[in-house]
Design a binder for this molecule. Structure first.
Ligand SMILES: O=C(O)C(=O)C[C@H](O)[C@H](O)CO
Length: 334
């Protein structure tokens, strides 16, 4: 199967149990996560040869992060060892009207402190079909901002398709920094995860005022700005609370727009990583040359299932997702 490389920061996640605030917590659950690592795990679950590239410290936490990737079958040959610490984030689990909250504790991490591309770049992109990256990495430092562009250019020179999840994180940078980065990077991108809010607030597309499907408008406007981007995808949450979503997946490819059915996720066990599970499903569909409707249906089902388990990563195989698409009644499967 085609080779994919994803690159970014993997972190230790420490989360509260539902109903406990971070400030009152006496214990935390430990998981490992990071947008691009989560996408790599999804793709490995579906049988793709996928490498995740990052840097972690040479200690037991760094080893645990690598073990987390290996357990799911992600190739870790591009995991560098060194630096001071593994980035960490705390997650206060939301409930009902109270949103989940993230506190980042990632300054000074082995990955964030990198000042040079320490990988053998020719090896990293050798025989790679898709290079996937997100807007989290350039938000870590000015150096990472220019290194992200360098990586993308190198991947393009090696013939990879470039996939970017905008993944705007307001706790890492402001909209101005992100907007400036997007102006530079989007002309280099082939596949892009961008939703309505990204279109309005980061790409400055005027709000839709008509009565047709607004996502068709936003996707077409984004494509007009960046005709090189042939695929846009995003999820829409029509009912939204910390513990309940109605989720719809959208996919726009060369002028054709499709949506999934509505997935009602109630209760949500853990929403972190739902977007990455969706991205993993989309990239899987692209890599296996599926039809747009099949692609969005599978990716949205994968995302819906990801909301039902603890942890940032999709833990379901392709056949489990297909079985859920066929039943989705929550009955006992015997
Ligand atoms: O927020 C981040 O920077 C992360 O990468 C942590 C999570 O895994 C990610 O947000 C999920 O998309």
């Amino acid at each position: 199967m085609a080779k994919i490389v994803t690159l970014g920061e993997i972190m230790l996640r420490l989360s509260t149990t539902v109903g406990t605030r971070v400030a009152r917590a006496h214990s935390f659950r430990a998981h490992y996560g990071g947008g691009e690592a989560n996408v790599a795990i999804s793709l490995a679950n579906y049988g793709h040869h996928v490498s995740f590239a990052s840097k972690v410290p040479e200690n037991h936490l760094g080893k645990a992060a690598i073990e987390h990737l290996r357990r799911s079958g992600v190739d870790t040959q591009f995991m560098l060892a060194g630096g001071e610490r593994l980035g960490t984030y705390y997650l206060e689990m939301g409930s009902g009207a109270r949103a989940s909250q993230v506190i980042y504790d990632r300054k000074g991490s082995s990955f964030a402190e990198m000042t040079a591309l320490e990988w053998d770049i020719d090896q990293l992109f050798k025989d790679v079909a898709i290079f996937h990256i997100s807007g989290i990495t350039p938000a870590l430092s000015d150096t990472w901002r220019s290194m992200t562009l360098d990586l993308i250019k190198a991947a393009k020179n090696s013939g990879c398709l470039i996939s970017l999840d905008i993944n705007y994180r307001q706790k890492l940078w402001g909209t101005n920094g992100c907007k400036a980065f997007l102006k530079e990077v989007l002309p280099l991108i082939d596949i892009c995860s961008a939703g309505k809010l990204d279109a309005q607030y980061l790409l400055e597309i005027s709000p839709y005022t008509g009565s047709d499907n607004e996502m068709i408008y936003y996707n077409e406007q984004m494509h007009q700005l960046y005709p090189n981007i042939k695929i846009f995808y995003s999820t829409i949450r029509t009912v939204y609370s910390a513990s309940h979503n109605d989720l719809v997946g959208t996919f726009w490819s060369n002028g054709k727009y499709v949506e999934s059915r509505v997935h009602t996720i109630n209760p949500i066990v853990d929403r972190i990583g739902g977007g990455d599970a969706f991205a993993g499903g989309i990239l899987h569909g692209i890599l296996t040359n599926q039809e747009p409707q099949q692609i969005v249906d599978f990716a949205t089902a994968a995302s819906a299932l990801e909301h039902t388990v603890f942890g940032d990563e999709n833990q379901f195989s392709e056949s489990e997702i297909i079985a859920y698409m066929a039943s989705s009644s929550g009955e006992v499967l015997r």
